[in-house]
Design a protein around this ligand. Structure first.
Ligand code: KG4
Ligand code: ZN
Length: 359
């Protein structure tokens, strides 16, 4: 299947623009100023990791409260770091969904108030479109169309990026997201939060095939399913715990965290790469871009690089600091929406569940 190229925006006709991006969909309070979708002038992130790590995962109510406290200083800092005045901004772009509703509302309320006060355009951004846009900052040549694997704490999508705000969904997870599995398994082993980086770190000295894990497939579909992987890995862990108890030793003597992490990481990476390969063959896409927090994973980056080389496709990777949630990606996505006049009025609300295909 070759997708038609139907560009809404011709790059040479783009206006210059300073966009303030605001991101509060989960546990990072972030604001950034990006020039013309590609050049970061400032990128401020107030992380809540310390607050949530006590609980082994994000506590939504705590996240909302932290956003309320951090949002104004973070915006002030982003504008100051950019070395521009509020009046020089062209628009305020904000993640309006999907995400934690209480967390999103803080960013949306701040963006509306600011845009109204300074009389600038208000641009609602889909969080995953933001993740994809991180690639426009990291690679100044990148333009749609291309194929993107978007893997975060809540999503696992393969999309064909037809245009800056036009996405064809080729695959999604039918249950857990890839990052969610990393987070839950890291919590179960006691490796900590956020799970992805902890699993990656522990995996560096481990065996990749320490125990078998499933690779579920659906008929005639590229959709993912990770809940079986998660449950099978939890069973292995529980069995190791029981064995250790019977023998009066630590679990590490039966199954090391390194082997557990390496096997989980390898399984998830192989599933992602396998489905991505099929999606590339189906679309014949000449360019592949990774997006979302899990795309910071080095094993995944290396394996997708090998895949792209084998398929003769160009690979674009977001800078590590732009893989996880940030507001520069929101400002970049917002810039292209602003060019296309896809603005919101003052009735803009946050949307916890929002499909990429409905932008
Ligand atoms: O995109 P993101 O920052 O937030 C969401 O939109 O969900 O992604 C966060 C997810 C978490 O599940 C985290 O464990 C995972 O990305 N992650 C990683 C790595 N860094 C972050 N997963 C695997 N390897 C990493 N290095
Ligand atoms: Zn995200």
């Amino acid at each position: 299947m070759r997708m038609p190229k139907n560009k809404l925006i011709c790059n040479s006709n783009l206006r210059r623009g300073y966009i303030l991006g605001i991101e509060t969909s989960c546990d990072e309070t972030a604001a950034a100023v990006v020039e013309s979708g590609r050049h970061i002038l400032s990128n401020v992130i107030a992380s809540q990791i310390d607050v949530h790590s006590r609980y082994g995962g994000v506590v939504p109510e705590l996240a909302s409260r932290q956003h309320v406290e951090a949002i104004l200083p973070v915006i002030d800092q982003a504008v100051a770091d950019a070395g521009i005045t509020l009046d020089e901004l062209d628009a305020v772009a904000v993640t309006a969904g999907p995400g934690l509703i209480g967390a999103l509302l803080v960013g949306v309320a701040a963006a509306k108030a600011l845009a109204f006060a300074i009389d600038k355009d208000l641009v609602p951004v889909h969080h995953l479109a933001g993740h994809v846009a991180a690639n426009y900052i990291s690679d100044s040549e990148l333009e749609p169309p291309f194929l993107s694997l978007i893997i975060s704490g809540a999503h696992a999508h393969i999309v064909y990026v037809e245009d800056y705000a036009d996405f064809k969904l080729l695959a999604r997870t039918r249950d857990d997201a890839a990052g969610e599995v990393f987070d839950k398994l890291a919590r179960a082993t006691g490796l900590g939060y956020p799970g992805g980086p902890k699993i990656e770190q522990a995996a560096s000295n481990g065996k990749e095939k320490a125990f078998p894990l499933p690779h579920p497939r659906f008929d005639n579909s590229l959709d993912f399913s990770f809940s079986g992987v998660k449950t099978a890995a939890l069973n292995v862990l529980n069995k190791a715990d029981q064995q250790a108890k019977t023998q009066g030793v630590e679990r590490e003597c039966i199954l090391s965290n390194a082997d557990f992490a390496a096997t989980v990481q390898e399984t998830i990476v192989n599933i992602l790469v396998d489905h991505l390969e099929e999606a590339q063959k189906m679309t014949q896409a000449g360019t592949i871009a990774l997006a979302g927090g899990v795309s910071a994973n080095e094993r995944l980056r290396n394996k997708v690089q090998d895949l792209s080389d084998r398929l003769g496709a160009r690979l674009v990777l977001p800078e590590i600091k732009l893989c996880t949630d940030n507001a520069a990606m929101v400002a970049s996505a917002g810039y292209y929406l602003w060019q296309d006049n896809k603005l919101a009025d003052w009735s803009l609300n946050a949307t916890a569940l929002w499909e990429m295909t409905e932008i």
